[in-house]
Design a protein around this ligand. Structure first.
Ligand code: NAD
Length: 261
């Protein structure tokens, strides 16, 4: 498939688990990918592997967003796709009423402010050319209360609302700038490896027992793979989804389906 031949995509958190799988998927379908991340070594290695470009970038900085967009336009001439995949889990030892304001602000600054700034900066360019696709990575926890990840859940619910709102803005004046959110469940990346490890350390469970406990409520009974999420992102970024905007797409093995048993 070459759904992205001649297209330019920016993927934030592109050196990470979901971002990296997305970079590989878009590049394999012909996209020129601008990989942005704080993790320079991993990002540069992926850029060499995929023929893309790496830019060092803190998504919570408005000034750095302007630089990234200017550089991408200078080098590639246009931006057709933005995938906001940079994110942090914050301090997972803090939950519920133990959540500090510092942890809350830190999580929101990367997950929500970073996505807001990316959408605002890139969407102005997309509106000027009249089309584009933005895919924001929210989470399955945006659909559920999540006391143990209080700040994280709030940040991801914010990303969902930002996305549906910008979908309306992107459809104004005959423009077709689409904006959708993807809601992964528990996917095998560094982020969930660290959750499995912390659970094992806190409970004395073996790694296999910790993994089983974390996946106990998932109907498919296991973590998903980054490629499962990348496939959904590629669909939404492509012209196959040309009539799809303002929607939420779960990739969660059935985790969030209410069940009466
Ligand atoms: P990951 O840790 O593998 O990747 C996250 C990447 O974001 C890393 O490369 C990291 O360096 C980068 N990053 C962190 N802070 C940044 C900043 N300020 N500026 C730029 N880059 C920054 O984790 P992942 O699982 O691939 O997570 C990707 C996204 O998917 C996150 O938004 C996460 O919340 C979301 N998500 C993941 C899961 C899951 O199960 N893995 C589930 C739901 C949602």
């Amino acid at each position: 498939m070459s759904r992205f031949a001649g297209k330019v995509a920016i993927v934030t958190g592109g050196a990470g688990g979901l971002g990296g799988a997305t970079v590989r998927r878009l590049a394999s379908e012909g996209a020129r990918v601008v990989i942005t991340d704080l993790a320079r070594a991993a990002g540069e290695a992926l850029a060499r592997e995929t023929g893309g470009l790496f830019l060092s970038h803190d998504v919570s900085s408005e000034a750095e967003w302007r630089t990234v967009v200017d550089r991408a336009l200078e080098i590639a001439g246009r931006i057709d796709v933005l995938v906001n995949a940079a994110g942090i889990e914050g301090n997972i030892a803090e939950g519920g009423l133990e959540t500090s304001y510092e942890n809350y602000r830190n999580v929101l600054s990367v997950n929500l402010d970073g996505t807001f700034l990316g959408c605002m900066t890139v969407m102005r360019h997309m509106m000027a050319i009249g089309s584009g696709s933005i895919v924001n990575i929210s989470s399955a926890v945006s659909f559920m209360a999540s006391p143990s990840g209080l700040a994280y859940g709030i940040s991801k619910a914010g990303v969902e609302q930002l996305t549906r709102t910008l979908a309306i803005v992107g459809a104004r004046d005959g423009k077709q700038v689409r904006c959708n959110s993807v809601h992964p469940g528990v996917i095998r990346t560094r982020m969930t490896d660290s959750i499995v490890e912390s659970y094992a350390a806190m409970t004395g469970a073996s790694p296999a027992e910790a993994e089983a406990a974390i996946c106990a409520d998932i109907p498919f009974g296991a973590r998903g793979e980054p490629e499962d999420v990348a496939a959904m992102i590629a669909f939404l970024a492509s012209e196959d989804a040309r009539y799809v905007t303002g929607s939420q797409f779960k990739v969660d093995g059935g985790w969030t389906v209410p069940s009466a048993g």
